[in-house]
Design a binder for this molecule. Structure first.
Ligand code: SF4
Length: 324
């Protein structure tokens, strides 16, 4: 069974955009591959130096992973900061790539724009090196990514090649596992659902909370009165219907266009469907919320497995580098 490595930065409770954009895939992939899930807590420091919430945010995120269906028995989940070998391999890898190559990384400019960064710190420039260490420490053969992340995997492959040529073969040349990552628009109609934009529905929101949010969501601005014909193709709520209420989407489209369906009713229907979808996950999450020690134990178990693999890889690295 091939091994895959995927990770997320711990930013606290996840929203349904995270579910659609990543978790849903992870749950499918864990059936076919040996999956390792990294909690990229050091990566958080590239955008904020405040580390005081990282641990709490980690637990919140892991509870959402578990609630969504990531299986801790077969899928180790572990924190980057608890496996010292990440930093060690990052240091060695940073000797194998030039500054110019990192600056050519096409995703760097996008990240700088998206994250609103004025001055690039070294940690940000070196982000793909740490990612390479994250992947190669576990000899991840496949990395599930969307098209936009393929350049990062290419850097990982280059580093692996350079290391193997220089010192001896230790690392696989990881392949991108191109995955169709869907993106949900935010409640405000922006293309992306994002916590920093305040336009999210959390996976843990209860019915009242998510209904209140959906009531305020942006719809077709031309559909002012109930009977006005609408344009579902420009409406955020319709995108949610297509994902969470696929069986009725076609009927909703027809009735929106004809003016038979008003936005208030349509939104309520949407809220009900999303609530039905999230309800089993919420119930599972509550069990973990009431037993956080269990979550900590799951992390510790995952870290034991990750530690063993990481140590074995670093032993090989030291051996081929003749570091004694
Ligand atoms: S009726 Fe529904 S799909 Fe049509 S514009 Fe209103 S909220 Fe959107």
């Amino acid at each position: 069974m091939k091994r895959i490595l995927s990770g997320m930065r711990p930013t606290g409770k996840l929203h349904i955009g995270h579910y659609v954009g990543a978790l849903e895939n992870w749950i499918e992939l864990q059936k076919k591959y040996e999956s390792y899930h990294l909690i990229a807590d050091y990566h958080v420091l590239t955008t904020t130096l405040d580390s005081s919430n990282i641990y709490e945010n980690t637990l919140e995120m892991v509870m959402d992973w578990l609630a969504a269906g990531i299986e801790p028995e077969t899928t180790p989940m572990f924190r980057q900061s608890q496996i010292k070998e990440h930093s060690e391999l990052f240091l060695i890898f940073s000797m194998l790539i030039t500054k110019a190559r990192l600056e050519r990384n096409p995703t760097l400019k996008e990240q700088v724009r998206d994250l609103n960064i004025d001055n690039i710190i070294f940690g940000h420039l070196g982000y793909p090196i740490l990612q390479s260490a994250d992947i190669l420490l576990y000899k991840g053969e496949l990395v599930p990514v969307g098209e936009d992340q393929v350049p990062h995997v290419e850097i990982t492959r280059e580093i692996a090649r350079k290391f193997n040529n220089q010192y001896g073969i230790v690392f696989p040349e990881s392949e991108p596992l191109l995955t169709k990552f869907s993106r949900l628009p935010g409640l405000d109609g922006q293309a992306k659902m994002s916590k920093s934009l305040g336009n999210t529905i959390l996976m843990s929101d209860n019915k009242e909370e998510l209904t209140a949010k959906i009531r305020k969501a942006v719809t077709d601005p031309q559909k002012v009165r109930r009977n006005d014909p609408g344009h579902p193709e420009v409406c955020t709520i319709f995108t949610y219907h297509k994902k969470f209420n696929a069986d009725e989407a076609s009927e909703i489209e027809t009735n929106c266009k004809s003016g038979a369906l008003g936005c208030v009713d349509c939104k309520l229907k949407c809220a009900t469907k999303i609530d039905e979808f999230l309800s089993p996950m919420r119930e599972k999450r509550i069990i973990y919320e009431n037993d956080k020690q269990k979550v900590v134990e799951i992390l510790h178990e995952g870290e034991k497995i990750a530690n063993k693999v990481a140590k074995a890889t670093m032993d090989e690295v030291r051996q081929v580098m003749k570091l004694g």
